[in-house]
Design a protein around this ligand. Sequence first.
Ligand code: GLA
Length: 381
Amino acid sequence: MKASGLGTACVALAASTLLATSAQAARADRSVFGTTPGGQSVESVTLTNAKGMTVRILAWGAVIQQLSVPDRHGHVDDVVLGFDTLAPYLGKEPYFGASIGRYANRIGAGKFTLDGKAYQLSINDGAQSLHGGTTGFDHKLWTIEKVTSGPEASVTLSYTSPDGEEGYPGTLTARATYRLNEKNELAIDYSATTDKPTIVNLTNHSYFNLSGALSGKSIMDQLLTIPASRYTPTDAGLIPTGEMRSVAGTAFDFRKPTRIGARVTDGHEEQLVLAHGYDHNWVLDRQGSGLSLGARVEDPATGRVLEVWSDQPGMQFYSGNFLDGTIVGKGSVIYRQGSAMALEPQRFPDTPNHPNFGSARLDPGQTYMHHMRYRFLTSAK
Ligand code: GLA
């Protein structure tokens, strides 16, 4: 898939009727999803195409609340975890579908230095700062800036984070644009600007189960591919040690389609023991700086396939290890270990503390961009 693929989404116009034309244009519908206890109205925008795909985005956390796609027989199911109503999104929940900022993933002890100055971020995960700190972008009310229908249906949301919020320097203005086309591709483009040097790493934290979020099935029989020859092992706090370790001959080798459950219980693998399963960053085998495939999941039973494309260097694969049966989600389904997986394209975790991981720095005058794509296909039986 080329970067321009979505921009030129072709609407195959059935020459004859006007009806066919409008049926094939993707649509965006805006409505109220709920109200906060403080009386703020939280809107949602639902993007729908003519191929049976529907995506609902909330102004709260720029969350993907629903993402429904056809299986190989055309049967449509919602494939992301989350809640039916607003209230549970406002409380403590594990980032279902959320836009993550200012820094996706962990920063060791919440500490980093920039231009010789030490910063302390808020600590919210053991001794670490995770996904932006105590109140990250996932728990902010974003502003809906623009909604469009047409060959692509889209919504653009923004959130401006004040200087010093959660310990991060600079006023950061973040934008998220979701675009759905007629090829069952959902593009997410994150951008950010700042008024002081800072760090940034934005991604989406959807939990996928291609069997259907209501199916009650585990993801363990689904086939995962991650085109990466190395990954970044962690310490017990899930902070990368700085090593980039070869996946060859280990449970981390997903270069060929592999059942997620095939090796997840291997207690000889210290890294799986530390994380209670997979919760690691893979170093993608990338070429160039454009979009490339970062992960592919296939559910052999339904034939649903998800490809995650991104222009970022890393892919966090999290096998839902902390889903422990305490959360009841959409359709009153209990979420347990393995109920879903997250695939989060991103900069490597804790990049600001590892010079060999590159840079997460953003300066005034620059624009941070992360282009990601969820591409849904079906496989033959
Ligand atoms: C990320 C982290 C996991 C976990 C989840 C949310 O994927 O890597 O360790 O914190 O978010 O529960």
